[in-house]
Design a protein around this ligand. Structure first.
Ligand SMILES: [Fe+2]
Ligand SMILES: [Fe+2]
Length: 248
């Protein structure tokens, strides 16, 4: 990989978030015709960004992050079979997407500022989850730092495989449950506590924050980037994940 491009992708911050999320679009533009860059209409099969409410926004962001978890799980499985079968820069791109879209935006700008403080003060069981969820955010960032550090080289060596696969799989296990608790307990509690008017205002505010950080189509750009990562690992065919029939 070109060294400057690697530095861009690894030396990442929210300030460069829009650049990162748009990288896949720039890459595809550079290989397409010049006239494609002029168009403002969505391409066939693409959709205009749609308005979403606050919890729908948070949950579809979880959808992007779950797809990154699938990349982690598949990478761990392949690394065990053959360390050379996982290109480090693909894993690095997934970790960078998790950092920019998941940790620096979804966690730090939305959940930790608006969701958790309100839920923490609310009566009942949901408040008891908040400290654990915060600790898991912190542990996740440690693991992302580790993944970014081990994917700097041209390959993941055999002696790194055990540490990398354990880190990836423990991260997947933690974050799957983390997001499920947020979707089913924490977000509904926040919506109830906030009330109709505040919830409506927050839905607009979340869109404003997303636009401020990523531009007009932050979710769509993250989705495209995720698809590019999946494509490079051959994970785009949903049917390959259909379970085999059970024993008869
Ligand atoms: Fe979270
Ligand atoms: Fe979340």
């Amino acid at each position: 990989m070109d060294e400057k491009r690697r530095q861009l992708l690894t030396g990442i911050s929210l300030a460069s978030a829009g650049v990162l999320l748009n990288a896949c679009r720039s890459a595809s533009n550079s290989s397409g015709s010049a006239t494609n860059e002029q168009k403002s209409e969505p391409a066939p099969g693409e959709h205009e960004p749609v308005e979403v409410t606050a919890t729908e926004d948070l949950m579809r962001e979880h959808g992007i992050l779950r797809r990154a978890l699938l990349v982690y799980q598949e990478s761990a499985t392949r690394l065990r079979q053959d360390p050379a079968s996982v290109p480090p820069d693909t894993l690095e791109k997934a970790a960078n997407l998790f950092r920019v879209f998941g940790e620096d935006y979804h966690e730090k700008k939305l959940e930790e500022v608006f969701i958790f403080p309100t839920v923490k003060k609310s009566p009942g069981a949901p408040a008891s989850y908040v400290d654990v969820l915060l600790a898991q955010h912190a542990r996740g960032r440690e693991i992302t730092d580790y993944v970014l550090s081990v994917t700097k080289g041209d390959r993941i060596s055999a002696h790194q495989v055990d540490g990398v696969t354990k880190a990836l799989e423990s991260f997947v296990r933690m974050y799957e449950h983390h997001a499920a608790i947020e979707d089913t307990v924490v977000f509904p509690a926040w919506k109830t506590t906030a009330g109709e008017q505040e919830y409506s205002e927050m839905s607009e505010k979340f869109e404003d924050i997303e636009t401020e950080i990523f531009g007009e189509d932050g979710f769509e750009s993250a989705l495209k980037r995720m698809e590019e990562i999946e494509n490079s690992l051959g994970l785009t065919n949903l049917d390959m994940f259909t379970a085999p029939p059970p024993p008869k």
